[in-house]
Each structure stands twice: as C-alpha cells, then as structure tokens.
Write a protein that binds this ligand. Structure first.
Ligand code: SF4
Length: 637
C-alpha cells in the first residue's frame, strides 16, 4: 500500500526531529507514511516510537528514557480544536506508558517549523535549552534559566531571542528537582500529568523554544474548509453559541458536587455540598475573562483569573480549571477559594501537576489525622483538614523539594511505601498515578475506565465514562454498540465493561488526531472527525476505521505496559474508592457503592479480546488489529 496521494503526503510535514543531548547532536528523519496511515499521529504514532525506542525495565529518570513530543495530523491546522500536542514517555510515577497533552500554540508551531514529531534522548552535562526556529535547530546553554519560575524562564528566553513570538515549553524548579509529578508548562497551559517535567529535568533540559512559519499541506482544501466550518458550527450550536466561556470547566463544580462526582477528603466522600458557594466566589471574585488557548478556538474554555487583595493576593494568570480547583478545595476540605486559586498559581510557577499535588497533600492530611505522620515528620506543620496555610506551604515545599516535600514529591504510592503503617490504604492511585477530580461512584463506567486506564487513574481517557453515565452523552456511539445512556441507570454495573471499551477507543481519538477533547464532548464526533481527517490527508478514513485505529492504539499501549509486567492485578481500584461514602449527599445511597468490580473487569476483558485471567491482549486480538509484530510475551499467556 502506498498511502501517499499522487506521490504527495498531505496532512503531515513527514519529518521527525531527533535531539541527542548526550552527544549534542540534532538529526532530521523522514517519517514512514505507511506507519502514519496505521497510527495517524499523536499518542498513536507516539506509542509506536515508544515501543521501538524505550526498552522495558529502564529507570524513567535515566538517560535511556525519552521525551517523544507528538502532534496529530489536525494539530496546527484550521480544524476545530486543533491546538494540541502530546508528550509520550515512561512515567516516573508508575514506571509504565505515560502521555501528557497540552493545549495552545506550541504543537502547531512545531509543525509549522517543519516537524510532526520531536524525540529527545540522552542527558546533557550542563543545563540546556533547545531552540527550533523554522528549520534551524540549536542546543543552547541554559545556566541563566536554572532555578527560575516557569513564567520567568519563558520571559528570559524571549528576551535572549529578542522575539516574544516563540512558544516556550519550560520546566520549573519542581522539574529541576525531579519531583515525580512535575509538569512542563507552555504559557498558562501544561503537559500536566505523569511527570514529564521530571523526565525533562533528568536530562538537564530546561526549555524547548519553538517558532515556525510553514504550512501543513491539505489534500482537498475546499472540502476541508467546509468540514472545518461545519464542525465549528456544530459545537457552537450544541453549546448555545457560547462555547465553554467564560467559566470553562470550573463551572462544573456545582453540578459535579450534586452528582456525587467530586472526590472529597481524600476520597472519603464524593460530595461536600459546597460546590455552588465555591463557584459563586470564583465567578464573582476571581474570574476575569474567558481565554482561548490557541488562536481559532471557538469554545474558549480558558480562564484568566486573579486574587485582587488579601492574604492570597495573586497576579492575573491563566489557570484554575476544574481539576485544579477541586484538588485544592474538595480534596483537602479547603473552602477558601482565594487560597485554592493561589495554590494552583504556585503549581504553575513551580511546574507541578495540580491534580497530583492536591492529591498528595490530601493523602498527607489523612495520614496526619490517623496518627501515621506526626508533627515532627511534617516539619512542625499542622496538617489538619482545610488548613489553608499548610496547603499553600506544602505546595512550596513540594515545589522546592525541601523538608516533608521530599517524601511528598515522590507521589502517593512511594510516599506511602516510605511512611508504612498501613498508609497504602490512603494512597489513592492506579498504576502509580494519583486519582483526579471525578468519582467512579457517581457512575460505574468511570470506575472501570479508571482501573483499566493505560496511564493509570487518568481523567483524560476515563471521563467519557462519567459523561455517559451522569450527563447522558452518547458521543454518537449508539451505532457502534453503545446503548442509549438514557435507558441505563448510572449506578448499574452490568454492561459497563463493554461500554467502557468503546468509550476508550473513541476517547483516545482526539489525542491521536491532535485536537481538544472538549470538542468531542460538544458534538465533534465520528462523522465530523472522519470528514476532517479524510479531506486533510486525502485518505478515505471511515468512522469505523477511526474507531479501529483507537482500538489499535489502546492495545499497543497495553502491550507496552505488559512488557513492564502490568496485568490484571494492576487494573484494580483502591479499596476506598469503591466504598459507600463516609459523609455527604451519597452516604446513604447504597447503589453508589462499587459492588462487583471483578465482573465489570471480566466483561471489559472479554469485550477487548484480552485473556480474562491475566488481562493480557490475546495473540488473535493483536493479529486482528495489525499488531502481530508487537507480541512480546509467550502466546500461552
Ligand atoms: S476549548 Fe479550551 S482547551 Fe479546548 S482548544 Fe479551546 S481553549 Fe483550548
């Protein structure tokens, strides 16, 4: 099969940039069009590169790990939501497959500079940053960036280059200090989860500055333009013309609290009853205006916020989305929204994943209350629930990796192993990744998707479960075997394993194609995606083929994890997240308890074509998906 159209590759630059920091070398490689046709891009092509280049068993913070930055074919085009890039790497938290996505202009700039993918390997002897200015690529000294905040690094690079139009992906002090959940910031947005900032820090790489002015070739320009227009119209129609502005995802706090969907007090409950009051404060005191993370977004979920006066005075910045705000309110029982906004701002400046930071602080507070950590072990701080001074102070200590921040910066799994005393019961994680701000007791599809997520307890590839059960969003998947959510009880368990499989295969598509997930929540589903990708590339890609590609990629990521020893035992949920909430609206709602997780898991394995005893994809399934060459374990398993 020759996947080019009249000898030309459309929708891609066709090039991969490789930077070896150990050797100080830069190379440009051609991308194989047949592999693009099979994996498309983003976390699909990224999984193929990872499988080939990141051996099993390596230390995630060693030079052998790689940072595989990927874009999708739609990234940087005029397609709806096209402002996304991904980074794939071995997770410092779970030692398995990891991916993080980031909205904004950085991914598009990389493509306009001439590259679909950027692979960074090795380790520099001294602090460095990478400059990509169209076709010009340099590894530059970064001594003067060391120890600076993320926003200051961004500013210093722009000053050095005398050009404010560079898009800079930077790590903060947390990444330099190898905090295992350090992120990579680009302006107010982040490659957030799983610790890519720690991997970047381990390579002595502090920033990647990108600017590009090229074009991405479009196979059928008039048809693509029509598809773009129709896609934007549909998502605006479905959101009453307003998109997600001005409150963005943060507005969901009120509804999710009522649904029993916000983990509260380190998952002891799933509602608090303070969602409405907290959002009212946010809307009236903190929220300044809506913001689009890249030029061309019509949904505009971004928020510019600040705390104008008082103890938690915080400058204007982009931040405080739903997950971050829940992590610093519900997770730790803090009802001071100004303190939460301040804490999320600090996370951005240190380069910390807000979800894991809030989660590890909640874990520490739980241990403190239960007498597993005493005052001496936490630097004399009072870790009582809701103590805002302590919450903010802990962000500083984790970011700088000082005092108790040294242990907490390891993430909840390792921190509980160090603390011992049964504290593992309070470590809410799957495959090493801390739980986010939706609760599987609000609807059981989410629960099974948390357990089986390839990167762990992930909101990105699990949230369709919550939207299906609680918001009754079918994502247009009824023709593909998903029942009408209106006909199903959200707390029901039977059937949710099968539904989860299809939701995952669909939900991974934005991360393969390089677009924003909020668009698929707002009506940009299979017909629109198939038309966009087909008119862009000139390939005739059907809706079913898109789902098949999603399934192929999901399985390849699972194979990568199997190679690291992942199996059924790792697909389990922490005990506490299955139990009846200890307090709140749902403490007497018996159906929200997760009673037969094992049955959902077996149903899921069967739908996936994986071995029911081990959770490993069968040889037949991999063959069916065109992944025969990726079989890495004895067929008898
Ligand atoms: S909806 Fe939000 S995250 Fe998505 S592209 Fe627009 S501003 Fe970015």
């Amino acid at each position: 099969m020759n996947p080019t159209v009249d000898g030309q590759l459309y929708g891609y630059t066709g090039k991969l940039l490789r930077v070896d920091l150990t050797k100080g070398e830069v190379n440009v490689e051609k991308v194989d069009p047949e592999l693009l046709r099979k994996f498309l891009g983003g976390v699909g092509y990224g999984a193929k590169l990872y499988y080939d280049e990141v051996p099993a068993g390596i230390d995630p913070l060693s030079p052998q790990n790689k940072l595989i930055f990927t874009t999708g074919p739609l990234s940087g085009t005029r397609a709806p939501g096209a402002g996304f890039a991904e980074v794939c790497f071995k997770s410092p938290l779970g030692g398995i497959w990891a991916e993080s996505k980031c909205g904004g202009e950085w991914g598009g700039a990389l493509r306009k500079a001439g590259f679909d993918f950027l692979v960074i390997e090795g380790k520099a002897k001294e602090p460095k940053y990478i400059l990509i200015d169209d076709g010009k690529v340099e590894i530059r000294p970064a001594d003067k960036l060391k120890g600076e905040t993320t926003s200051q690094k961004d500013k210093l690079i722009k000053e050095e280059l005398k050009d404010a139009s560079f898009e800079n992906a930077v790590i903060g002090l947390a990444g330099e200090e190898l905090v295992r959940f350090a992120n990579i910031m680009v302006g107010g947005r982040a490659f957030g989860r799983c610790g890519p900032g720690a991997v970047m820090g381990s390579k002595n790489l502090l920033a990647i500055a990108v600017k590009g002015s090229g074009d991405i070739p479009v196979a059928k320009p008039a048809r693509f333009k029509t598809a773009v227009k129709a896609g934007n119209k549909k998502v605006l129609d479905e959101t009453a013309g307003e998109g997600w502005a001005p409150g963005g995802t943060t507005v969901e706090i009120t509804q999710c609290d009522k649904l029993g969907d916000i983990p509260t007090k380190n998952w002891r409950a799933n509602s608090w009853g303070k969602g409405e009051e907290l959002y009212h404060h946010f809307e009236s005191k903190n929220l300044m205006r809506a913001h689009a993370c890249y030029r061309g977004c019509v949904l505009r979920c971004g928020r510019v916020v600040r705390v104008e006066t008082g103890k938690w005075k915080t400058p204007e910045h982009e931040g405080s989305e739903y997950e971050s705000i829940c992590a610093f309110t519900f997770f730790v029982l803090n009802d001071d929204m100004d303190a939460a906004v301040h804490a999320t701002y600090l996370c951005n400046e240190y380069g910390l994943d807000t979800i894991s930071t809030g989660a590890v602080i909640a874990f520490a507070m739980d241990c403190y209350e239960q007498g597993m950590l005493d005052k001496k072990e936490v630097d004399g701080l009072d870790l009582s629930w809701g103590n805002t001074d302590t919450v903010v102070e802990l962000v500083h200590r984790i970011g700088k990796r000082t005092g108790v921040g040294r242990i907490l910066g390891e993430g909840v799994r390792r921190a509980s192993q160090k603390i011992g005393k049964g504290s593992d019961l309070f470590a809410i994680e799957v495959k090493g990744l801390e739980g986010p701000a939706h609760d599987g007791r609000s609807g059981k599809a989410l629960a099974i998707m948390y357990g089986t997520g390839n990167r762990g307890m992930c909101h990105i590839h699990a949230l369709e479960g919550m939207a299906f059960d609680s918001l009754k969003n079918d994502f247009g998947l009824i023709p593909y075997g998903v029942p009408n959510p209106q006909t199903l009880e959200r707390f029901a368990e039977e059937g949710k394993g099968r539904i989860a499989k299809v939701l995952q295969d669909f939900g991974i598509l934005p991360d393969i194609l390089g677009i924003c997930k909020l668009y698929s929540y707002s009506g940009l589903v299979l017909p629109e995606l198939a038309e966009l990708i087909s008119s862009l590339t000139g390939w005739d890609i059907s809706e079913q083929e898109l789902l098949d590609i999603g399934e192929r990629v999901y399985n390849l990521q699972r194979v990568i994890n199997v190679r690291e020893g992942i199996g059924k035992a790792d697909d389990q949920l922490p005990e506490r997240v299955c139990k009846l909430p200890e307090f709140g609206l749902y403490s007497a709602v018996a159906e929200c308890e997760i009673r037969n997780y094992e049955q959902m898991l077996e149903e899921y394995y069967e739908a996936r074509g994986w071995n029911r005893e081990t959770g490993i994809p069968t040889k037949e399934k991999l063959q069916q998906l065109g992944l025969s060459s990726f079989i890495v374990y004895p067929p008898s398993r």
